[in-house]
Structure formats: structure tokens, C-alpha cells
Design a protein around this ligand. Structure first.
Ligand SMILES: [Zn+2]
Length: 412
């Protein structure tokens, strides 16, 4: 299959110049090309330029006329909890009316309700729910998704969640990366020690044996997991080949950043509450800062200091954190708009934040996240000749065409 995207008004390459991610001033650089064609074959980008060389012309089997369109790398949602069951709409409505956390918990709300729903819903049913959400996410231009477990909180149900992610990855035209998040919360009827032991000695070895996850994650927060506990969990995960990423600094700064940097984590995610010392430890660490503005919007909590981090040369990625409790939206374009208006990032920084830097936060920026020769042919086209329209014309989905792995994807 030889795919030719012909004469696009703009191609936003997000080129890396051989680097893994974009930081500081480089995060504003898009590598913009005008009136450009792209040729892809065997799932890879083979050529970019103004006129396709004759020698490649014979291999073209599919042509897309992209005049008047702009092409971006396929968007990457690098932090989601897209696999879950149940609805927390009633809890949301109570919270909006000003009910306290205790009142909501008494009425059966909170993470416990999602855990209960995951336990009582069949694997097939949860999988169908996730499939629908993935299609919806793709409709906004996403071609790669990171998805976490963490609503099982016991071996059987954590594995059930990870199996769903792996099955959907092989059945759907999207790349799904599975993250084991057993250390999301503490389940009822376990002591702290019992649950951590189950994570360390039962879940991690089993997940590794069945090859069900790429990453290991945890929630570093007061009343959840401490940095010391997280280091133990990460060390064990790494021993079994899992790469750490960390939920940290959402409500309090308790040493999560330092723990993550020490363990060589790929990313630290959330970062709403950052001390100067946290920013200093991140600077020059090579760890990607994944910010999740939809959570701040949805929970009415402070926004991550993205500007400050960019000024300190820290590479910033944006993700949805799609989950039923604190960010019930798979719309990455909405998170991008929040990046501009609420995190005060410029349009170019935001685009790099959901492409090349998001890829770097998953350790895959060497083969996706930018439009460059040799990279996987993951591209999205918008029905506008100017990439700025994607952010300027907010709240409206202008996605026109999705190419995944060299193939045009029909979502319906
Ligand atoms: Zn999360």
C-alpha cells in the first residue's frame, strides 16, 4: 500500500532534529511546511516534499487530495483511565451543588464506586464501553492512547483491566499502551502492608509473566502512597521490566517528583501544586511533565504551572486524564484549548505537547509523534489551511481525515 497525501496547505511536522522531545524555546518550534505532499509505504513515512519522485509514483495505490487542509502528526493522549465501568454523574451533580466529599462518599460515590462497578461488570461489557470511548477519542484526532488499570485494586480485577487494554490494542486501529496502576488507592478489607505486598509479590510478577503492561504507575499523595512506598513499588516493577510514570503533586507536594526522578521515571503527571524545589529537581532531568488541565477545570483546583516549567527547559506534554471521577472527557482538542487559555501556553507549544512530547512521555518518540522520514505514518488532517484554526475555532471538531500506520481510518 502506497499512500500519497497530495499538496497539503500546511504540514506541521513537529520535527525533532534527532532529539527525544522539545523543551524550552524549542517547544514553540513546529517545523512548518507549506504546499507539501507526503508519501507513506509499509506503515512508514517514506518521503516529504513538493513533487513526488517518478520512481515512487508507480507504488502509489491511494491518493488523498489535501489542498486546503493542514496535516499534523496523529495526536497522542498519553494519560487516560479509559477502561472503567459505572457512571458518577450523580456524584458530579452533588459536587456541583456543593455537597461535601463525606456526603458524596456516604451516598456511595468516589473511586470506591468505580472499583465496585469494575468488580461487578463482566469483562466483555467493560471492553465494549472502552471500545466506544476509544472511537470517540479517535474522532478528535487521537491515534495513540495510554490506558491505565487501577480500578481493580485486587489481582483478578487489575489483570482483567489490563487484558481489556491489550485485547483492544490488537483489535483496534489505535496503539494502546497499558499501564499497571495497582497503587491507585487502597482497597477496603486489606491492611496497607497486605495490599502493597500483593502489588509487589503477586500482581507485578504475574503482569510481567503475561506481558500485560509497559508501564507502572502510582498515586503519590497524602493518605494514598508515600514516596518511600512508591520507590519500593517502582523498584520491583523495574526488576520485572516495567517503566515507571507517576501521578504526583495533584493536591500536595510530598516528595513524589524526587522519587520519580530517582527511579528514572519517563514522566511525572498532574503537577498542579509545585514548589520551586520540585521544578528545580525536574529541570534537566529529562523527565516529561504531563499536565492535565481538564482535571483542574473539572474539579476547580489550581492549574499546573506549565509556563514556569517551559521557562525552566522542562518538556511539557498535555493529556486528557479521561476518567469518571475527575475528568470525564476524552476530547483532546478541549484539553489543548485549555492549554492555551488556562495554562497560557502558545498554540505551537500546545501542539508539540500532544504530539512529540506526548510520544516522549511514553518512550516512543523515536518512531511516532512527528512527521519525519522513517517514522510510523500516523497523521491527522484538519479541514482548514491554517493549524492555528484548530485552537482559534475552539469547541468545534475540524478533524477531516485520520491516517494510522499508513492506512486511512474510517471511524463509522
Ligand atoms: Zn490519572
Amino acid at each position: 500500500m502506497g499512500l500519497l497525501i497530495e499538496n497539503a496547505s500546511q504540514v506541521v511536522t513537529c520535527h525533532t532534529r534527532g532529539r527525544k522531545f522539545k523543551a524550552g524555546k524549542f517547544q514553540s518550534e513546529l517545523g512548518l511546511l507549506k504546499n507539501t505532499s507526503i508519501y507513506a509505504e509499509g506503515g512508514k513515512i517514506k518521503w516529504l516534499g513538493s513533487k513526488l519522485p517518478k520512481i515512487l509514483m508507480n507504488s502509489v495505490t491511494h491518493v488523498i487530495d489535501a489542498k486546503g487542509k493542514c496535516v499534523l502528526p496523529g495526536l497522542i493522549d498519553s494519560h487516560t483511565h479509559i477502561v472503567f465501568a459505572g457512571s458518577r454523574a450523580d456524584e458530579f451533580s452533588m459536587r456541583i451543588k456543593g455537597r461535601t466529599y463525606e456526603e458524596i462518599a456516604k451516598a456511595g460515590g468516589g473511586i470506591v464506586s468505580t472499583v465496585k462497578a469494575v468488580h461487578s461488570t463482566t469483562k466483555a461489557k467493560i471492553k465494549e464501553l472502552a471500545r466506544k470511548r476509544i472511537i470517540s477519542s479517535m474522532s478528535f484526532g487521537v491515534t495513540t492512547i495510554e490506558a491505565k488499570s487501577g480500578y481493580g485494586l485486587d489481582t483478578k480485577n487489575e489483570l482483567k483491566m489490563l487484558e481489556i487494554i491489550n485485547e483492544l490494542n490488537s483489535e483496534m486501529p489505535v496503539d494502546l499502551y497499558a499501564t499497571f496502576l495497582g497503587a491507585h488507592s487502597f482497597p477496603k478489607n486489606y491492611s496497607r502492608k497486605e495490599y502493597i505486598d500483593e502489588i509487589l509479590y503477586e500482581m507485578i510478577p504475574l503482569i510481567a509473566k503475561k506481558d500485560l503492561a509497559t508501564f507502572i504507575d502510582a498515586f503519590c499523595e497524602k493518605n494514598y502512597f508515600s514516596p518511600v512506598e512508591i520507590i519500593r513499588i517502582f523498584m520491583q516493577g523495574m526488576k520485572f521490566g516495567l517503566v515507571p510514570k507517576l501521578h504526583t503533586n495533584q493536591f500536595n507536594s510530598i516528595g513524589g517528583i524526587e522519587a520519580a526522578v530517582r527511579c528514572g521515571a519517563l514522566s511525572v503527571d498532574h503537577l498542579e501544586i509545585m514548589k520551586q524545589s520540585d521544578i528545580n529537581s525536574l529541570a534537566n532531568s529529562g523527565v516529561i511533565a504531563v499536565v492535565l488541565p481538564a482535571v483542574s477545570y473539572f474539579l476547580d483546583i489550581p492549574y499546573a504551572p506549565a509556563r514556569k516549567m517551559i521557562e525552566k527547559n522542562i518538556p511539557v506534554a498535555i493529556a486528557t486524564d479521561f476518567n469518571p471521577g475527575s475528568a470525564m472527557s476524552e476530547n483532546i482538542q478541549l484539553a489543548m484549548s485549555m492549554g492555551v487559555h488556562l495554562l497560557k501556553m502558545n498554540c505551537e507549544e500546545v501542539i508539540n505537547a500532544v504530539t512529540i512530547n506526548a510520544a516522549a512521555s511514553l518512550g516512543i518518540s523515536h518512531y511516532t509523534g512527528s512527521i519525519e522520514k522513517g517514522k510510523q505514518a500516523d497523521m491527522v488532517m484538519f479541514d482548514t489551511p491554517n493549524y492555528k484554526d484548530i485552537l482559534y475555532h475552539f469547541g468545534v471538531n475540524q478533524l477531516w481525515c485520520t491516517i494510522k500506520n499508513g492506512y486511512e481510518i474510517k471511524l463509522k
